[in-house]
Ligand binder design. Structure first.
Ligand code: SF4
Ligand code: SF4
Length: 442
C-alpha cells in the first residue's frame, strides 16, 4: 500500500485524556441549523413540555432526521432566533430509556438520532436509510490533533463497542466494516485486535502511518479500492450509540466532545448534551476576540456568532485568538515559536516543539509561488495549486480532469501553503455547488 504526503501537525492545546465534569446548564439552546442539517420542520409548540428523546424538529432534506430533546424541559421558541431553547430542565429521568416502538432497526436508529452520524464517503451527505453500503469505515486513532481521543472514548466500553459493531454490521445488511488505526498507536491497536479477532469474516483493521490525515475514511476507501458511492463512514461514538439505541432504547442526545486550543485553560473532553450553551464552556479571552472552530483545526468552520449552543454534529471545539492587529515587525523575528513546512523559521532547530496557533496569516494574501509544498503533502496525490487555479478561473471541468474528485478535504494544502492560499474554501464551495446540482437533478 502506498501512502502519499501527510504531515505531522503539532499544535499547542491538544485535549488531555479522560472526561472532565461539567456543570448542569440552566437552559439548552438547540440550533436549528448545522453545517449539514437544517431542522426546518418544527414538531413542537412554544411552551410545550417535552421529555428526553422527544422529536423537536426534523430535517426534510435529509430523510427527516430528527433533532431530539436532550433532557426533559419546556420549549421556548422566542428566546433565541433559529434555536429551540429548552428551559426548566429536569434530569430526573436522565438515565431513562425511551418507549420501544414497533419498527425496523434502521427506523430506530433514525428516530434515536443515530442515523445522522452516518455519512456517505463520496459526498459527506447522510445516506438514504433505504440503501445498503458495501463497507462502513470508522477511524479510531486520533490523527487530527484536537479530535476526541480514542482511549477516552473507548474507556471501559470495549465490549459495548464490539456489540455496536455487530449490530451495525447486521442492520446495514451484513456490510463489511473497516477500522482505521495508526500503526504506532499500540495501546488502542492491541484493544482493537481483540475486537477484530472474533469478527474477522467482516471486520478489518486498516493500519496507517501516524500522520494527518491518514485516518480519513475517504482516503481509506481510495487506498483499498472501495467504491466511494457504496462506502459510508461513521465514528466511535456512533457505534456505541447504535448499541445503546437498539439494546437499551437510549436516544443519542449527549456527545463527548473535545474543547481545546490555545485559548482554553484546561483542554480536555466533556460529555455534554446537544444545545449546551457555548457561553458556559469558559473560554479564556482576556479581552481579545476569539474564534471558535467547530470540527478539526485544519478542516473545521468558525462558529457563527448567532449560534448559542452545541449543534448535534459537533465533535470538537477549538478556540484561538482572532488576530485583528498586524504583528509588529514579525518578519524580522527569528520565529522560534512558528512552524513552517519550508523550515524557514528558526524553529527548524527545535523540531519537536508544539506551535501556538492563531488566525494570523503571516502577512497579506499573496500569489502562488509554485513552491510545490501543497503537492508534496497532498495525501490524494493530486496537484492542489493547479486545481485551485482552474476553479478560481471558473473552469471546474478542467479541475475534475486533473482528479479534483480525489480530494478528501483534509486542508493540508492550505495549512502548508507559504502564500496562505485558502484552497479548502474554494474546493468546498465547488463541492457544495456540485451537490446542489445533484440534488436538483434527483
Ligand atoms: S487537495 Fe484536497 S486532499 Fe489534497 S491536501 Fe488539499 S484538501 Fe487535502
Ligand atoms: S503551497 Fe501555496 S504557494 Fe506553494 S505551490 Fe501550493 S499554492 Fe502555490
Amino acid at each position: 500500500m502506498t501512502f502519499n504526503g501527510g504531515y505531522n501537525v503539532m499544535l499547542e492545546g491538544a485535549p488531555s485524556p479522560g472526561i472532565a465534569p461539567y456543570q448542569k446548564p440552566e437552559v439548552l439552546y438547540l440550533p436549528l441549523f448545522s453545517e449539514s442539517l437544517d431542522f426546518s420542520n418544527l414538531q413542537v409548540e412554544h411552551g410545550e413540555a417535552v421529555t428526553k428523546g422527544q422529536i423537536l424538529a426534523k430535517d426534510p432534506i435529509n430523510f427527516s432526521v430528527p433533532l431530539l430533546a436532550p433532557m426533559d424541559g419546556t420549549v421556548n421558541l422566542e428566546r433565541a432566533e433559529r434555536h429551540i431553547a429548552l428551559e426548566n430542565l429536569s434530569s430526573a429521568k436522565e438515565g431513562a430509556a425511551m418507549q420501544a416502538e414497533d419498527e425496523n432497526q434502521r427506523q430506530t436508529l433514525l428516530r434515536m438520532g443515530v442515523w445522522s452520524s452516518l455519512a456517505r464517503v463520496d459526498s459527506g451527505r447522510i445516506p438514504d436509510p433505504e440503501n445498503t453500503p458495501a463497507c462502513v469505515v470508522i477511524p479510531v486513532s486520533r490523527l487530527e490533533p484536537f479530535f476526541p481521543d480514542a482511549q477516552t472514548l473507548l474507556k471501559d466500553a470495549l465490549e459495548q463497542f464490539g456489540a455496536g459493531l455487530d449490530l451495525l454490521h447486521k442492520i446495514l445488511g451484513d456490510t463489511e466494516v473497516m477500522l482505521i488505526c495508526a500503526e504506532h498507536d499500540s495501546g488502542i491497536k492491541s484493544q482493537l485486535q481483540t475486537v477484530t479477532a472474533e469478527r474477522s469474516a467482516w471486520l478489518k483493521l486498516f493500519e496507517v502511518p501516524e500522520l494527518y490525515p491518514f485516518d480519513s475514511p475517504a482516503l481509506a476507501a481510495q487506498l483499498n479500492d472501495l467504491n466511494p458511492e457504496k462506502t459510508w463512514a461513521t465514528d466511535l461514538q456512533a457505534v456505541l450509540a447504535v448499541r445503546a439505541a437498539i439494546e437499551d432504547n437510549h436516544p443519542f442526545v449527549k456527545r463527548i466532545i473535545s474543547v481545546s486550543g490555545p485559548m482554553v485553560d484546561s483542554p480536555g473532553h466533556h460529555q455534554l448534551p446537544i444545545g449546551y450553551p457555548l457561553a458556559d464552556l469558559g473560554f479564556r479571552n482576556g479581552g481579545v476576540p476569539l474564534r471558535v472552530v467547530n470540527g478539526g483545526v485544519l478542516t473545521g468552520t468558525a462558529v457563527e456568532s448567532a449560534q448559542l449552543g452545541l449543534d448535534c454534529g459537533c465533535r470538537s471545539l477549538n478556540v484561538l485568538e482572532e488576530m485583528t492587529k498586524r504583528e509588529v515587525l514579525a518578519f524580522v523575528q527569528p520565529g522560534f515559536t512558528k512552524r513552517s513546512y519550508s523550515n524557514t523559521f528558526a524553529s527548524f532547530f527545535k523540531p519537536l516543539f508544539k506551535e501556538k496557533f492563531t488566525t494570523a496569516l503571516g502577512g497579506e494574501a499573496r500569489p502562488c509561488v509554485f513552491c510545490g509544498f501543497c503537492e508534496s503533502v497532498c495525501p490524494a496525490g493530486i496537484i492542489p495549486h493547479l486545481i485551485y487555479r482552474y476553479l478560481d478561473h471558473d473552469r471546474p471541468e478542467d479541475a475534475y480532469r486533473v482528479e479534483f474528485d480525489k480530494c478528501i478535504d483534509c486542508g493540508l494544502c492550505s495549512y502548508v501553503c507559504v502564500s496562505k492560499i485558502n484552497h479548502l474554501e474554494l474546493f468546498r464551495a465547488e463541492r457544495q455547488r456540485a451537490i446542489a446540482e445533484a440534488i436538483e437533478g434527483e
